[in-house]
Design a binder for this molecule. Structure first.
Ligand code: GZL
Ligand code: ZN
Length: 331
């Protein structure tokens, strides 16, 4: 955008300087051509994690910091994200920041951005493209590693158990990197442990409402409700829906009952963990705004950003939590 403005301004300035003193932006006001224009394509507002992720971006890409942020929300539809990218290309933004809802279907629109000379930065989930030059950088989480943290906790909790470990698996948005990575970790572990049994894999789509619905339906058809050992929830909103359904069906959740595992570790989930209702919360850090800005500033200085930047993440159980720690968390 600044490229476009500077040519237009130069022509205008030349014309005006012949005719008169030429208009000036009032001092201290950032005029358009000074601002880095960022077109941002967010998935939606499906979860507490997503809301925190959006807030992290809006806190960084402000006019005071030298940016004009064009923020688009796709309401969970990939076609809305693709048309937003095309709109940003027409507007000739300086950078496109994309939080891809799922991994496939991006090659052609990212090729269009490349041909328009607009760098794309991927945030959170990944895209599955032939040509990795279609994006300049990726900032997010290693979801397979997050699943590995959950599985390691399960191995420790059920070590030496001979009886079956019966698991209900509630998955996130199908085909999203977060779902693929967290699912792969559990499926590999079930393969490796002869006494672990996957009772069901349900689609919770990362929302509380969908999970409550599918869990209620499944539990009401399950003869021995007491036989569930673990509910592996691929994000906190899934865990909230599962907890509600389980308790309504008379299941006791906690370290002596059904162990609920969740990902994201937002404040709401940490509170349930402290209460002993959720057994394990695996952190998935949404505060990615500063890392995206680092990549943009690297490119502004003519440098090449790291291709993949992964955020550090930890796990929480009731033993490792206090009210104060939960209060101190940013999301
Ligand atoms: C993870 C992100 C997932 C969160 C969910 O980085 O893609 O999407 O785990 C969110 O809460 O909906
Ligand atoms: Zn790569």
């Amino acid at each position: 955008m600044r490229r476009f403005f500077s040519i237009a301004l130069l022509t205008l300035g030349l014309a005006l300087s012949c005719a008169c003193g030429g208009g000036r932006t009032p001092p201290g006001e950032p005029s358009n051509e000074d601002l880095i224009v960022v077109g941002m394509c967010q998935v939606g507002a499906e979860s507490d994690w997503r809301v925190a992720n959006s807030e992290s971006m809006k806190a960084v890409f402000t006019e005071e910091n030298g940016y004009r942020l064009l923020f688009d929300v796709a309401r969970q539809k990939q076609e809305n994200q693709i048309s937003a990218v095309r709109k940003f290309i027409q507007q000739q933004v300086d950078y496109i920041v994309l939080m891809p809802i799922s991994e496939s279907g991006w090659d052609s629109v990212l090729q269009e951005a490349k041909e328009a000379g607009i760098p794309v930065i991927l945030v959170d989930r990944m895209v599955n493209v032939e040509d990795e030059s279609l994006y300049a950088a990726h900032v997010g989480s290693d979801f397979r590693a997050e699943g590995g943290l959950a599985v390691a906790w399960m191995e420790e909790t059920f070590q030496g158990a001979e009886d079956p470990v019966r698991v209900i698996h509630v998955q996130g948005t199908p085909g999203s990197t977060a779902q693929l990575g967290r699912t792969a970790a559990l499926e590999e572990a079930v393969e490796a442990h002869g006494n672990w049994e996957l009772l069901a894999q349900l689609d919770g789509d990362f929302t509380q409402a969908k999970t409550y619905e599918v869990m209620t339906e499944y539990l009401s058809s399950l003869p021995g409700k007491g036989d569930v050992d673990v509910v592996y929830c691929e994000n906190d909103n899934i865990a909230f829906g599962a907890l509600q359904a389980l308790e309504e069906q008379g299941c006791v959740c906690g370290e002596q009952g059904v162990r609920i595992i969740t990902f994201d570790a937002t404040r709401g989930a940490l509170t349930e963990c402290l209460r002993g209702k959720i057994a394990l919360a695996v952190e998935c850090n949404p505060l990615l705004g500063p890392l995206v800005e680092e990549a943009i500033q690297t490119m502004e200085a003519g440098g090449t950003p790291e291709k993949h930047r992964y955020v550090e993440e930890q796990i929480f159980t009731s033993e490792s939590l206090t009210e104060a720690l939960i209060e101190s968390r940013e999301y």
